[in-house]
Ligand binder design. Sequence first.
Ligand code: FES
Length: 164
Amino acid sequence: MSELSENAKQVIAEHLPRYPSKQAVTLPALHVVQQERRYVSNKAMEEIAELLELSPAQISDTASFYGFFRTEDNPLGQKRIWVCRSLPCMLRGGEELLAALCEKYHIVPGQTTADGKLTIELAECLGACDGAPCILLEDELHLRCSLEDVERIANEPNAPNKKA
Ligand code: FES
């Protein structure tokens, strides 16, 4: 049985004409799989390699280089929140926000809650220092976040929360 869904295969195939080589589709393909499954298994890497006519080692090298992709024994939660840990955010409440999040959800950065709902990660400057403290929900930037804001974001990931 295939590890990649038909949808994932189709989305990866749609990327092919947009890139100069099949190898260049490696990162987008990894993103497609992780977005869908919340991790990229060895079998998924083998199947991506087959689709892109590369070796599984090439896919694995790319996946492990970035530190962004999770393995099946350490999957992402349903929502991934990145807390900015660079100085401007830390000086404007980010440090307290991070501590409160870790205390509330009983995890440390890099971990996922026991119910699999939330992963907290540390990010370097998100390029929005004037909105400190900042977080990313997946790839969506949220500015001037309080603990209450993040709790709401964690529970309603599609709810608008930008306070730019
Ligand atoms: S320091 Fe957090 S966005 Fe720049």
